[in-house]
Design a protein. Structure first.
Lengths: 369, 397
């Protein structure tokens, strides 16, 4: 087990940090919705540097790396508050595609994802299922020349800009993953903005036509691909939360060292020192768990440790990012300072990938199995 | 950096588990599972079994009965011992005194004290804290005045774990009252049977007797029982192995207790069936399980730092702070799951089905085990001291 980054992983971290420093300013770009970011030059630079497809298969233009490298990227995106379709397209849809059986449809989309030519998103969440992305009730009815779908998928990330959707459903009584184009007849995409700047959408299927050749995976293969995508998604969200906390705490400590009240630096107050120390200790635990879980996923793509990481990230993220605002005082409330942006993101991630209770239960059930 | 291959590690763990299963008597196994104190005689008997197996002090050099194992192998050994439910040996003999003697003792001192410390022919205790020197240890005032070939020691020690069992005490005394705090302290080995030594019990609020006050009145300690030079005792005492600082996370203990929590939750019933089915309790258990997993990875990360850099530095403070908090969280959850059964403080309680008693479903003594863990949040650098260390060294506040 390795918790330290290798030289190569450190290089990836440095590369993306430099790129974001040049091309991404959360204050300037805060009006952008996440889906729009795929149209910025930044996105193409990420592709050219091989970072978008870092964990996609080498034979389709990817980097062939894995969970540790993805974690490095997501952590940095959290720290620098980049909202983009990376989580929806490269992590969730990318993992689902990679883990689906080989075929022309899969291979072609993997190439396009790695090249930065297209984005995909994964549509899993159904009405009445809470946070449970594993729950799939929408069932395709047999028809000519394939199936007909009815129902809704909720909180689909970055659907507004997506070139296609990977949708979970049931076909002939078993789980399936299918790939649908936005212009699919009978499918409606209703985008909306989330409080953190994410672009989301509700997908409605009304006798939507699903041709046989749109099926990516069925049965056990579909199950494995979906499980891997959701585990990798939970880990990525935990890593992004960790990065957000690191960014928020670092800026807060800088402020405590600078700001004076009652004739002394805020950093001299023991009450604030102890709170900051507690946040640091919490982050050391989260850092350890995110790194450890990334190692676990290398050997088993849907390892339960990913859900443990997210279950810890949710309360730690909320606490650290709330405290960052509180310790700044009045200025912490302002849009202009932007310290609150971290809190918006970690809270949105815990809606998108599930809260602490949901992820904790997943961990407990799988740990015991 | 890993010197044990995966298959070697699995075999080694298996070997340890089999050893514990065959060598730890049933009565002691139950005490450990219940989180209860093992007696003086039981502890000594277990240490001697370990010594016979060559495992009495795995971090000592082979020449003195140790193993010369790598850090990683020692970590696996200690982890597996704790997971298997072996009684833990108090750290004073082999983990605290041993390394200090090995580093600062003369050859005569090593030959005189190491074999007995290993075999527990002498039970050692640690005389550091004093009534006015707790977290601020360097404020200690017990005075040692040189009179020819011996020191005359006056003063007293407090919070001395197992002093009532001890044959000997290693202690810090003030030899130069004029020097600055840390500079005037010496490290002495003191025979508890010397004239002028008396031990008064201090009971924990829940009744257990572990701690003591040790009064020292004109106690004569021969000069050859001083370790290191006069007035260098502070440095000597700090020779605690970095390795020990990893152990303060108590991660294996937390994992074993998590197992007890799960067993209790499944065994105990209310009107709606096993408590484990109750959503609120299941969420609570999941929360604890997640924290224990984080602690396990954090401890392994600490081991990696130790192997790579030879030290874990201030990361130890986070490990200590969270290790204690997470162990307490497991204990609190156990107590809540045990419900009414948690009231039982002795073996006479028969409210549990017989088949649960030996199977981790035993809720007797859970309160005792829980309250014991309030102690580590105070000893060896209280939570507040750890927070000061983090603020100073990591956060630069």
């Amino acid at each position: 087990m390795e918790f330290m980054l290798t030289e190569e992983q450190q290089l990836i971290e440095d590369t993306v940090a430099r790129l974001l420093e040049k091309q991404w300013d959360p204050r300037r770009d805060q009006a952008l919705l996440s889906a729009d970011v795929a149209r910025l030059p930044l996105w193409h630079e990420l592709a050219e540097l091989g970072l978008l497809g870092i964990a996609l298969p080498e034979e389709h233009g990817g980097g062939g790396m894995g969970p540790v490298e993805l974690t490095v990227l997501c952590r940095r995106f959290g720290r620098d508050q980049l909202r983009s379709p990376f989580l929806s397209s490269l992590i969730l849809a990318g993992t689902a595609l990679t883990c689906s059986p080989r075929g022309a449809l899969r291979d072609q989309w993997l190439r396009r994802l790695a090249a930065g030519e297209a984005t995909l998103t994964l549509a899993t969440l159904e009405d009445g299922a809470g946070y449970d992305h594993h729950h799939t009730a929408i069932e395709g009815q047999r028809c000519q020349p394939g199936y007909m779908l009815n129902g809704r998928k909720r909180a689909v990330m970055d659907a507004a800009g997506a070139d296609a959707f990977i949708v979970s459903c049931r076909l002939d009584g078993e789980l399936a993953l299918v790939l649908l184009a936005p212009e699919t007849e009978g499918m409606a995409v209703a985008p909306y903005a989330a409080f953190d700047g994410s672009s989301l959408a509700t997908l409605t299927f009304n006798d939507a036509l699903l041709p046989e050749e749109a099926v990516l995976a069925r049965g056990a293969e579909a199950r494995a691909a979906l499980e891997a995508a959701l585990a990798q998604g939970a880990l990525a969200a935990a890593a992004e939360t960790l990065g957000a906390c690191e960014g928020a705490l670092e800026r807060t400590l800088d402020y405590l060292r600078l700001r004076e009240q009652f004739g002394t630096k805020l950093a001299r107050f023991q009450a604030l020192q102890h709170r900051a120390s507690d946040l640091h200790a919490d982050l050391e635990m989260l850092r350890s768990l995110v790194s450890g879980a990334a190692q676990s996923l290398i050997h088993e793509p849907s390892h339960a440790d990913a859900f443990a990481a997210m279950a810890l990230a949710v309360p730690v993220g909320d606490r650290v990012c709330r405290e960052a605002i509180q310790m700044h005082g009045g200025i912490g409330m302002t849009l202009e300072l932007g310290i609150g942006r971290y809190l918006l993101r970690v809270n949105a991630l815990s809606r998108l990938l599930g809260d602490a209770t949901y992820n904790g239960q997943l961990y407990l059930e799988r740990m015991e199995a | 950096m890993t010197d044990l291959s995966r298959s070697e590690e699995i075999r080694f763990r298996q070997e340890i588990r089999e050893f514990v299963a065959s060598e730890v008597p049933e009565s002691i196994r139950l005490k450990v599972a219940q989180g209860r104190d093992v007696s003086r005689d039981e502890t000594i008997a277990w240490q001697r079994k370990l010594v016979a197996r060559g495992w009495g002090a795995v971090h000592w050099p082979k020449r003195w009965g140790g193993t010369d194992w790598s850090l990683q192998k020692r970590f696996v050994f200690e982890e597996e011992m704790a997971l298997a439910g072996a009684p833990s040996i108090p750290p004073f003999n082999t983990r605290m005194l041993g390394p200090i003697l090995l580093e600062y003792g003369t050859e005569e001192q090593k030959a005189r004290f190491l074999p007995g410390a290993l075999n527990m022919d002498q039970w050692w205790c640690q005389g550091y804290s004093e009534p006015s020197a707790g977290s601020d240890l360097a404020a200690l005032r017990t005075r040692a005045v040189r009179e020819g070939d011996y020191y005359r020691v006056n003063g007293g020690k407090i919070w001395t774990s197992y002093a009532h069992y001890a044959d000997w005490m290693f202690c810090l005394v003030r030899t130069d009252p004029e020097a600055k705090k840390q500079k005037g302290i010496s490290f002495l080995l003191l025979d508890m049977r010397s004239e002028g030594v008396s031990v008064e019990p201090i009971h924990h609020f829940y009744g257990a007797h572990l701690l003591n006050q040790v009064l020292l009145e004109d106690v004569k300690v021969p000069v050859e029982q001083r370790i290191g030079e006069e007035n260098t005792g502070w440095t000597t005492a700090k020779a605690l192995l970095e390795h020990e600082r990893l152990a303060t996370s108590r991660h294996a203990e937390a994992r074993r207790k998590l197992g007890r929590l799960l067993a209790l939750a499944k065994a105990n019933q209310d009107e709606s069936g096993a408590l484990y089915q109750r959503a609120d309790l299941k969420a609570r258990i999941a929360e604890v399980a997640v924290q224990v997993k984080a602690l396990e990875f954090a401890t392994r990360r600490g081991l990696e730092m130790l192997i790579r850099d030879g030290r874990i530095g201030v990361f130890a403070s986070s490990l200590n702070l969270k290790g204690v908090a997470i162990n307490q969280a497991v204990d609190e959850a156990i107590m809540d799951i045990a419900g009414i059964d948690a009231l039982a403080a002795d073996a006479a309680y028969d409210g549990l089905p017989r088949d649960l008693l030996n199977d981790g479903g035993d809720a007797r003594y859970v309160a005792e085990s829980r309250y014991y863990l309030r102690g580590p949040a105070i000893a060896a650098g209280s939570n507040e001291v750890q927070r000061n260390i983090i603020a100073k060294h990591v956060l630069d506040l």
